[in-house]
Ligand binder design. Structure first.
Ligand code: CA
Ligand code: CA
Ligand code: CA
Ligand code: ZN
Ligand code: ZN
Length: 527
């Protein structure tokens, strides 16, 4: 990260990306020649060289300084890297070869061009280490490690990548090595420049060095340069991101003082997902937790939050921003005390004029949730002890179930199991007439053959969309509602619209490595 864009940075910072892309083009004879030429011209332009489009002496000389993996270029990803796949090391220039040798051969299996044709790591679990010879003299080692864990976590929260701190594996197995130094440092042949100007440099798909002449500080300590911000920016480069010229982006070339509540910008999220894809996965259950709250003025207002649950973790989904809450996922037991571990099967909120009951289901049992106390009941006001057997509380409903949701209009719970659905009449406390039925008969496909058939993971009524969704695997089907049928009367009642991928509708529901999940509990940094 740099205080401001200057031509020196431009010269050094683009080089590695271009060198790597040129290696690809040179050695892969299928590589399109015009891509090579335009990449070369681009390199010459940002390097301040005559733009010849030819691999001339000046260009070769400039490329002999592959010291910084920071491509200083606007976010036009496609022009930089040709869409070729294999890395071959076959360079005419000895010096360049020496500089690149470790990098290229070391990462030969690790890196390739992603689906979208851009350079990226080809695996999703990456190991990092703060090198013992490279500790900062300004923060405790615990603080440094904590800040780096947080920085990696921030990228993990918005991408399919996961990061683990690895302090024991052989060095060659570490993907990203971090260290601090001043002037000449860590055997690196790009020296740091003292206080100011350059704060750090990073190798594309490689290591990060921090200039310890900068006054690095922990988050929210007010003065100095936020090590967290610099680290997040440099990790972005390591992962393959160029500078992004957009206010709010962590990939802006200029360092801005650490504002409170610093988060990953929309563009940063889209950029990393452009390289590595969206976050996909199966959910245990998805629901809107709706409740009445009294405001400071005594008004009763209805609020709801959307939750996605997977195994022992959950995300709160911010519908207004169309993304997950910063810092998620959170351990289930932290936010939903007393519900069973290992993933619940279903959530049901029976919400009518008479009742306001929240249930979780798992296996053959169900739990009732005390919304005032924000924890599961062990015993409710009517004297029932929990967990109870599903067969007792919901006669006629089998167990375990796949999922369930409450339909307010019909005062009915729909329980799903395998290919059947059980309509349960809450008032009568029994199965509705004619149930169970085939899911396919109650929720017919709108497009023939496009249907989950059975084993639905989650049935979700969304207040935001005013629609029911059936989720299975990484996909979902939206249930046709009355508004849809008013506009398009030919649609079948409760028909399932064609399948879509969950990550095209709900963004950034990304796993974080379990080792990184509990980090908040032992933070040496006050936040
Ligand atoms: Ca992740
Ligand atoms: Ca500096
Ligand atoms: Ca489920
Ligand atoms: Zn940068
Ligand atoms: Zn260095």
């Amino acid at each position: 990260m740099h205080e401001r864009v200057n031509s020196v940075n431009k010269n050094v910072c683009t080089i590695l990306v271009f060198v790597i892309s040129l290696v690809f083009v040179n050695d892969n004879h299928l590589g399109p020649a015009q891509e090579f030429t335009s990449a070369l011209e681009e390199f010459q332009r940002v390097s301040g060289l005559p733009v010849t489009g030819v691999f001339d002496e000046a260009t070769k000389t400039a490329m002999n300084k592959p010291r910084c993996g920071v491509p200083d270029k606007e976010a036009t990803y496609s022009t930089l890297i040709p869409p070729t796949v294999n890395v071959h090391q076959n360079e005419p220039n000895r010096r360049r070869k020496r500089h690149l040798a470790g990098l290229v051969s070391k990462n030969r299996q690790k890196r390739e061009v992603s689906e979208t044709g851009h350079m990226a790591f080809s695996k999703t679990l990456l190991r990092w280490r703060l090198m013992g010879e490279g500790y900062s003299s300004q923060l405790t080692v615990d603080e440094q490690r904590y800040i780096f864990r947080l920085a990696f976590r921030m990228w993990s929260e918005v991408s399919p990548l996961d990061f683990v701190e690895d302090t024991s594996s052989p060095l060659e197995d570490i993907d990203i090595r971090l260290g601090f130094g001043t002037g000449r440092h860590l055997g690196c042949n790009q020296r740091f420049d003292g206080t100011g100007r350059e704060f750090a440099h990073a190798w594309f798909l490689g290591d990060i060095h921090f200039d310890d002449d900068e006054h690095f500080t922990a988050p929210n300590t007010g003065s100095g340069i936020s090590l967290l911000k610099v680290a997040v920016h440099e990790i972005g480069h390591v992962l393959g991101l160029p500078h992004i010229y957009r206010p709010g982006s962590i990939m802006q070339p200029s360092y801005l003082p650490h504002e409170a509540g610093f988060e990953m910008d929309w563009m940063d999220r889209k950029a990393i997902q452009h390289l590595y894809g969206g976050c996909k996965g199966r959910f245990n259950t998805v629901f809107d937790w709706i409740r009445k709250e009294r405001t400071a003025y005594g008004e009763v207002v209805i609020r709801f939050n959307t939750y996605f649950m997977r195994d022992d973790w959950y995300w709160l989904y911010e519908n207004r921003n169309n993304r997950t809450r910063y810092g998620d996922p959170v351990a289930l037991q932290v936010g939903w005390r007393g519900i069973p571990t290992g993933g619940v099967d279903a959530y049901v909120h029976v919400w009518s004029r008479k009742r306001d009951d929240v249930y979780f289901f798992k296996g053959t049992q169900f739990w009732k949730y005390n919304q005032d106390q924000d924890q599961a009941f062990t015993q409710d006001q009517e004297g029932w002890r929990y967990p109870r057997r599903i067969s007792e509380g919901f006669p006629g409903v089998p167990s375990p179930i796949d999922t369930a949701f409450y339909d307010r209009r019909e005062s009915r719970i729909y329980f799903f199991k395998n290919s059947l659905v059980y309509g349960f009449d809450v008032g009568a406390n029994s199965l509705a007439r004619g149930f169970p039925k085939r899911i396919r008969d109650v929720f017919p496909p709108v497009v023939s053959g496009d249907h989950p058939d059975g084993n639905v993971d989650a049935a979700y009524f969304s207040y935001t969309h005013n629609a029911v969704f059936l989720l299975k695997g990484t996909g979902f089907w939206q249930v046709v509602g009355s508004r849809d049928r008013w506009r398009r009367p030919f649609l079948p009642r409760n028909g399932l619209l064609p399948r879509k991928e969950v990550d095209t509708q709900w963004f950034d529901i990304c796993n974080v490595h379990p080792a990184a999940l509990r980090m908040n509990e032992h933070s040496p940094v006050h936040s």
